[in-house]
Design a protein around this ligand. Structure first.
Ligand SMILES: Nc1ncnc2c1ncn2[C@@H]1O[C@H](COP(=O)(O)OP(=O)(O)OP(=O)(O)O)[C@@H](O)[C@H]1O
Ligand SMILES: [Mg+2]
Length: 176
């Protein structure tokens, strides 16, 4: 039996459906990261890249993931601050938005590598603007408009990512 999946697609109509999916993703993610930690030292944060046009739902999905991971307050879009940090049960979660980066090299100046080492999970909006300085994400999520709703395509970029998609697939979408 396969123990990972490379891709998963799901159509979500409305913000509540988006937040419910985010909660499921958070639950699977939390379990997978805890499992990893049990198996020894983790060198760097897991990375989830969130791609899609302006206003398509990247921050909404991030907010749902953060709430699912136990954050109870507001989730501010990191568009202006570049990064917002959350201290949660699983460790530090960094929520980045690279929209305003002029050059991927700015990530070097801001100490992006240190965030990666210190955090357990990074959620990154507009990852394409950090190209060259961003390691391969464990999961890339593409969000596109689909009528009144959104179509999400999740792509695994590591074996950990693949295991997470396989676990998620039990409730959602088409697996490839
Ligand atoms: N599945 C969905 N179906 C319909 N509407 C949705 C869905 N998910 C989110 N939305 C709505 O889409 C909008 C998304 O805004 P959001 O700030 O999350 O976008 P974003 O991708 O982070 O934008 P930006 O690129 O500016 O950071 C919100 O108004 C939200 O209610
Ligand atoms: Mg956003």
């Amino acid at each position: 039996m396969a123990d990972s999946a490379s891709q998963l697609s799901v159509e979500l109509l409305g913000e509540p459906a988006m937040l419910a999916f985010a909660a499921d993703l958070a639950a699977v993610l939390e379990q997978a990261l805890a499992e990893q930690t049990r198996h020894g030292a983790v060198a760097q944060a897991a990375i989830i890249a969130l791609q899609g046009n302006l206003g398509v739902g990247k921050t909404t999905l991030s907010r749902g993931i953060l709430h699912g991971l136990g954050h109870s307050g507001a989730v501010k879009s990191p568009t202006y601050t570049l990064v917002e940090l959350y201290q949660l049960a699983l460790g530090t979660v960094c929520h980045f938005d690279f929209y305003r980066l002029m050059d991927p090299e700015e990530l070097e100046y801001m100490g992006f590598r240190d965030y990666l080492v210190d955090a357990r999970l990074c959620l990154i909006e507009w990852p394409e603007r950090g190209r060259g300085f961003l390691p391969d994400p464990d999961i890339t999520i593409d969000i596109i408009q689909a009528g009144e709703g959104r179509m999400l395509t999740l792509q695994a970029g590591s074996s950990a990512g693949g295991q997470i998609l396989l676990a998620l697939n039990q409730g959602y979408g088409q697996l490839k």
